[in-house]
Design a protein around this ligand. Structure first.
Ligand SMILES: [Zn+2]
Length: 588
């Protein structure tokens, strides 16, 4: 490719709103152009990289047993209503109506469509397992598109879905994907940390995210230096201090004038936080069975949720993790009560107690049952109870791990202190189970002729997001430093002094010979650009090798070769250029 023909320009400065270096480099190198918030065109150089990413992903999914298909961007809203996700996604799901007022979703993911395909196609256990994938454009109506290709409204994605006959089969498919994902990121030249994650609106039992650790990441990750356990902060499991066993003491009131917080009680009563019981008030949105409206506008059919007050208890040394709380309650969402709601529920803020409380759902962190004789509220201002014991004095409707892991907290597995990092999610794998096959009636016949539900997994890699993550992980102050596997071209051929006698002829001939030898060459043949501009552009565009041909190098019948990562260049004979450059590219 001659730069005089290339349909893009490098920019000295990135347009105003690019707030991160990888985003700026993406724009300055002319890889993409934004047309609307979170919507991009891919220019020739960016498109070449994206296609190389897709090819690596494709090869690894094929190697792991995947079969490539292509599902439509448009999917009938009725499919999303079958699973209740039209409501779960809310306004994030982009929808449109056709001329007959039939509503469609622009797919953010394809569990519904692929499960529909499966139920129309597969009948017998003999056809399992199936691993189906596609590389497709996806849509999410993000409230705040940002960070270039990291958080977009239209984006490229590879999504694979596995269907297995049993749980052991799912484990095998999941492990195969885990390995395949590791290989993709290794080949793409991005370091990856695999973290345990919450499943979010996809649902399912187990999931892991493939993270690029980066200060610009939006996700909080906790990493254990002791055992290597890593988890999204909303999922991380911490080791909770175990209270020494002691006999239950009689419940007694204690006067606590003006003492409202855990800190107040610690000072006033001279006790550690772990001897107190904290109460936090939430409103949970609980799902109720979907109501199908048979009216003229089927698009309005939605899952109805019901608000429910929840009294949450946790030991005073711990904090509530709202994602874990939502999961423990199987709620769609949870939020703190407002002051008005607290008053309306007759809860005594500062001295609320589960003791004697009726007609409200009570949740206890799993640290509470093993912590005897706690100080808790008494549902009266300025009064608390001593020696409150779960089981004897009060009951919980739900007991589970709802504690937030914080940096410095001990790891649940080995006790070492968690370290905090920021990460960008590059991929996510889930064990879905039968959530979709059950709701959509996708079944197969087993060997005995019984009808069974296939067990699903789903696995996604954001291909366009990965493009920016590769830049985020591979750049310096001068520009991008592409890994050889993804560079838009292998070699940046810089022609200097092309107006001088015979130089352009020699440079053109070299360009032709290199291209004929199968090397992908970007040839800077711009007649008017200075050497400084050309070298700056070569650094910005970041191809692995730069070869400069100039009147000065030709005086020595040579060209000057430099790796993007090197500070020194070397001269190689013009007549040996093709062979020597081929060899250098193999080493690169
Ligand atoms: Zn650990």
């Amino acid at each position: 490719m001659r730069m005089t023909r290339l349909f893009s320009h490098t920019l000295r400065e990135a347009p105003g709103d690019a707030d991160h270096e990888s985003h700026r480099l993406l724009l300055r190198a002319g890889l993409v152009q934004q047309i609307a918030a979170g919507v991009y065109s891919y220019l020739p150089l960016g498109w070449r990289v994206l296609r190389k990413i897709e090819q690596i992903v494709r090869e690894e999914m094929d190697r792991a047993g995947g079969q490539e298909i292509l599902m439509p961007v448009l999917s009938p809203i009725e499919l999303w209503q079958e699973t209740g996700r039209a409501a779960d996604y809310g306004p994030t799901l982009m929808t449109l109506e056709d001329r007959r007022e039939r509503r469609f979703a622009l797919g953010p993911t394809h569990e519904e469509v692929v499960t529909d395909l499966f139920r129309r196609t597969v009948q017998s256990y003999k056809e399992l397992p199936q691993l189906l994938y596609q590389i497709q454009t996806k849509f999410r109506d993000e409230p705040r598109p940002r960070m270039g290709l990291v958080r977009c409204r239209e984006f490229g994605m590879m999504d694979l879905y596995s269907f297995d006959a049993d749980a052991a089969g799912l484990d095998k498919s999941y492990d195969a994907m885990h390995t395949a994902y590791q290989r993709v990121y290794e080949r793409a030249g991005v370091p990856v940390v695999v973290v345990h994650a919450d499943s979010g609106t996809i649902g399912g039992r187990e999931s892991q995210e493939f993270m690029l650790i980066s200060d610009i990441g939006e996700d909080d990750v906790l990493i254990c230096p002791g055992c290597g356990y890593a988890a999204n902060a909303e999922k991380a499991e911490l080791r909770k201090a175990v209270a020494a066993p002691e006999p239950m003491q009689p419940l007694e009131e204690v006067s606590t004038p003006g003492q409202k917080t855990i800190d107040d009680l610690m000072r006033f009563l001279g006790i550690p936080a772990a001897r107190t019981l904290k109460a936090v008030f939430y409103v949970a949105e609980m799902p109720v069975p979907p109501v199908i409206q048979r009216d003229q506008d089927i698009g309005n059919t939605r899952q109805i949720s019901a608000s429910q007050n929840v009294f949450v208890t946790i030991r005073g040394d711990l904090e509530v993790n709202e994602v874990k709380l939502r999961n423990a309650l199987k709620a769609l969402d949870v939020r703190l009560m407002t002051e008005d709601e607290v008053r309306a529920a007759h809860l005594v803020a500062g001295s609320a107690s589960p003791v004697g409380l009726k007609s409200i759902t009570i949740v206890a962190d799993d640290s509470v049952p093993d912590s005897p004789n706690l100080v808790a509220g008494a549902n009266q201002t300025d009064v608390h109870y001593r020696n409150v014991n779960l089981g004897r004095d009060w009951q919980a409707n739900v007991v589970g791990d709802i504690a937030l892991a914080r940096p410095g907290d001990p790891c649940a597995r080995c006790g070492s202190s968690f370290e905090s990092r920021r990460g960008i999610e590059m991929g996510h794998i889930f064990k879905l189970g039968t959530r979709y096959t059950e709701k959509m009636g996708a079944t197969f016949l087993d060997a005995a002729g019984d009808t069974k539900l296939p067990i699903m997994g789903c696995y996604g890699i954001g291909t366009s997001r990965l493009l920016q993550c590769v830049i985020e992980a591979n750049h310096d102050e001068r520009g991008i430093v592409w890994p050889k596997s993804l560079a838009p071209y292998d070699l940046h051929l810089v022609g200097l002094g092309l107006d001088r006698d015979g130089v352009a002829e020699k440079a053109d001939a070299l360009y032709e010979a290199l291209t004929a030898a199968g090397i992908e060459v970007l040839y800077d043949d711009r007649p008017e650009a200075t050497a400084g501009v050309k070298f700056n552009d070569a650094d910005l565009l970041g191809l692995p090798l730069r070869a400069t041909i100039s009147p000065r190098s030709l005086e020595k019948d040579s060209i000057e070769v430099k790796r993007r990562t090197a500070t020194e260049s070397e001269l190689i004979p013009y007549t040996e250029a093709v062979r020597r450059l081929q060899a250098l590219l193999v080493e690169a």
